[in-house]
Design a protein. Structure first.
Length: 389
């Protein structure tokens, strides 16, 4: 049994880092999260929680939060982007029975807030950007940009796509622009027709473009994500202000519903970001440090599995530390259990854009799409899947 006085440090206070922190605290460990931002802020975007993630969040005590704060789509509808014709409905009514958990959609800031409360904000050290680390066989030394120096028995690097830890400890190529960009926005529901707040996930498809809408916060807001191809991208971050006229021009041939939605996005709520990819890793461990979430397996959003996969990571990590005899065994167990699953999600998510945007939308009338159900993605349960030693 691992000594519960072991000092564990998590670099990065996003969804993956917080989930790992909660899971490790549940297992009885002393954990601190080091986050580079000066404070947690509201991230204006919706997020999907598929059954595999819901299992994990429920196991950490967030079931009541999910029940009270999420919307549950009864169907996902694929439409021809330009004609507005319904091409393929995907029935979600049987999701709970089939997978033992629902498919949910909610506001990302609400989920982040719930995770912070569950972990304890007093355990989060803000304004701690990582400058360097030394990962040894018996522990890790961390140096932060604010001058703080500390030691930990093990470090979990959940510092995102442009992970300082990954770049320092693993010989991998830097992130590459995928050729895809995403626009996002939130619209007050009373600005749109009633269709936008129905319990549906609505996706309009065309060559090189698609747009998704779904309600959040019990229908008070409508989340919008418009994805398209682009030749290049130079800005960084989620909060790059987007040009509304440019967005409308990209979708000027789309159906009236799409135009209505895009025209009603408040200018101050419209953001754009480039989608980057990294090569899958066969090993996420170096010394007493492991990668988690986007630091290990960043993926494009076409299957909505980025946050869900990070939640799976955190739950498995907590189980490994609860059940293994020493820290090294726990780190190896976590990596062995997660690499194949995460690499599959990464690969399929990165192919998802081509499946949706490179195919004639008319093909979707009679051809079932290679979605999460067909790939068995939702059937995974991080709470019960066997740990690999």
């Amino acid at each position: 049994m691992i000594d519960r006085t072991a000092k564990l440090a998590i670099v990065g206070g996003g969804i993956g880092g917080l989930t790992a922190g909660i899971a490790l605290k549940k297992a009885g460990f002393d954990v601190r999260i080091y986050e580079q931002a000066p404070a947690f802020g509201e991230v204006g975007a919706g997020i999907s929680m598929s059954p595999n993630a819901v299992h994990g969040l429920r196991s950490l005590g967030l079931g009541e939060f999910l029940d009270s704060s999420s919307n549950e789509p009864i169907e996902q509808h694929l439409y021809h982007g330009e004609t507005g014709e319904l091409l393929q409905p995907i029935d979600r009514r049987g999701t709970r029975e089939r997978y033992g958990a629902p498919y949910l959609q909610l506001h990302r800031a609400d989920l982040l807030g719930a995770l912070i409360r569950a972990f304890g904000p007093e355990n989060c050290l803000m304004d701690h950007g990582l400058e360097s680390l030394e990962s040894r066989d018996d522990g890790v030394a961390l140096t932060f940009t604010n001058g703080t120096v500390t030691e930990a028995d093990a470090v979990i690097a959940a510092d995102g796509l442009r992970s300082v830890v990954r770049d320092a400890l693993f010989d991998t190529k830097p992130p590459e622009f995928s050729g895809h960009i995403a626009y996002r926005g939130l619209i007050p529901a009373d600005e749109l027709s009633a269709r936008s707040t129905e319990p549906l996930n609505i996706n309009h498809l065309a060559f090189g473009r698609n747009m998704v809408t779904y309600p959040v916060r019990q229908g008070d807001l409508v989340n919008v994500v418009a994805l398209s191809k682009a030749d290049g991208w130079v800005d960084e971050g989620w909060s790059v202000k987007a040009d509304k006229a440019e967005l409308l021009a990209k979708y000027d041939s789309f159906a009236p519903y799409v135009r209505e939605v895009l025209e009603n996005i408040p200018e101050e709520e419209l953001f754009c970001w480039g989608l980057f990819i990294r090569e899958p890793l066969e090993n996420w461990r170096a010394g007493r440090t492991v990668l988690l979430g986007d630091a290990a397996h960043p993926m494009l959003p076409y299957m909505g599995q980025g946050a869900s996969c990070a939640i799976e990571d955190g739950v498995i990590l907590g189980r490994a530390f609860a059940e293994c005899d020493d820290i090294d065994e726990a780190l190896d167990c976590y990596v062995a259990t997660r690499v194949e699953r995460a690499s599959t999600l990464q690969r399929e998510s990165n192919l998802g854009g081509e499946r949706l945007q490179a195919i004639d939308p008319d093909m979707f009338r009679d051809t079932p799409i290679k979605d999460e159900d067909a790939l068995g993605i939702f059937a995974y349960d991080p709470v019960t899947t066997p740990l690999l030693r």
